[in-house]
Ligand binder design. Sequence first.
Ligand code: NAP
Length: 493
Amino acid sequence: MRPDYEALIVGAGFGGIGAGIELTRLGITDFVILEREDDLGGTWHVNHYPGLAVDIASVTYSYSFEPNPYWSRLFAPGTELKKYAKYVADKYDLTRRMEFGVAVERAEWNPDEHLWQVRTSDGRDRSAKYLVTATGFLSQPHVPDFPGIDTFAGRIIHTTRWEDGHDFTGERAAVIGTGATAVQLIPEIADQAQALTVFQRTPIWVVPKLDFPIPAGVQRLFARFPLTQRAARLVNTSLLELLMVVGVLHYRQAKIGNRIAARLARAHLRAQVADPDTRRRLTPTYDFGCKRPTFSNTYFRTFNRPHVQLETGTIERVVPEGIVTADGATIPVDTLVLATGFNLWDVNFPAFEVIGRGGKDLGKWWRDGRFQAYEGITVPGFPNLLSLNSPYSYSGLSYFTTIEGQMRHIRRLFTEMRRRGDSTFEVSERANDAFLDRVTDDLQSSVFYTGDCSRARSYYFNQHGEAALLRPSSTLSTLREMERFPLADYAFS
Ligand code: NAP
């Protein structure tokens, strides 16, 4: 049986685009990229709420081999990221290989034919020798099941389903959630709404955002002398790296980095919020880094505005006219914004049913045992599967570190497989176990296990209480390892 494609990539975000680029470089051009949304760009297509921007400086938040000299600001707005994704996809001739509006529902390894059989929402079955899942970490929206939410008479908008042009003028708005999304969105809604209530369950650490427009002269400089932009990238990446490696991963050895960051965030809050009670309620009671911190110069200040209320009481239920809190008060709401984030651990690892050798169900295996993947990309029992959004795969603060590390892994793996004249790879259980042991050990020094994260409610932790998302390595060592992992860790046939 001949497969329909040599490779099938699921997801047309930056991960899927990166995989497509790497396959093309390897000379594999017979592949398709399936995308459930109606356009490419992943998170930067799905999210288009007001205020959306990167919060990792754009010189770093981009492919290192495809720098864009024309970012308008240090932290580019979301629309520029979407354009950048389109530019890169077109440049590498990937757009014509993409099919939109096609959701993958199930993939199963066929051991006799040595290929993946993939069932999609359009009712077609497709097959491919290699399956690459690039479905993102934050791609399954979390909609809390508040009692009575179906009875709400106003409008409900989840931030991933933003209604462009929705005007809050004259409205009583409510935002549930205070994660990175809410931090960007709340100041924008406050500018329009007549009244805004922010429902906070867990406060977030927020540090100042050193953001400014990049002058045209600097953009021209970056374009004419790419080395200058490389230097800017190096400086910024090194700073982020310091924060990540010292402040988060080596918390046990160097609490000072973490404490400085927390102090900076507290000073920022003091400088921006006048009312001591509001300040107290906005102050996290868990260590910096337990949950993803964010950057903003406008979020805290918004709570000084007379029409903006911070509500920290528990949401009891939703009624047609608004939200009832545990103390029995009803807060009237016209438009309810759910900035309630994503569900990673119940429904996103993996994003659809994946059945490997001997009927092994990836999601069940992860949940019954431990979440794991060799080098955050391959799994024993799942031949020819590259699972880009795997446990312990996220490396560094910019997602592009993860993507580019994985591109290097794919290159090394495929080069060896072809050198041997083989077409099937599978990582050994021994190598996978050793990797899991190592990351588990290394993470013991991190803030996740050494700090106080008990009140953080962080999506870094899974249902077993393990911080199984981040790879505890510096960017440099991740990239190096992805180029040097022992080839004997794989069986080829
Ligand atoms: P999030 O960080 O998971 O935040 C979700 C918020 O909703 C939290 O405050 C959470 O409270 C609250 N929430 C969820 N269920 C609730 C319930 N039943 N009752 C009350 N509150 C509830 O999601 P996000 O803000 O969308 O951000 C997700 C990630 O996306 C970020 O960490 C970041 O990595 C990324 N992001 C990046 C950018 C950027 O780079 N520009 C922008 C936005 C987001 P608890 O904390 O108490 O659970």
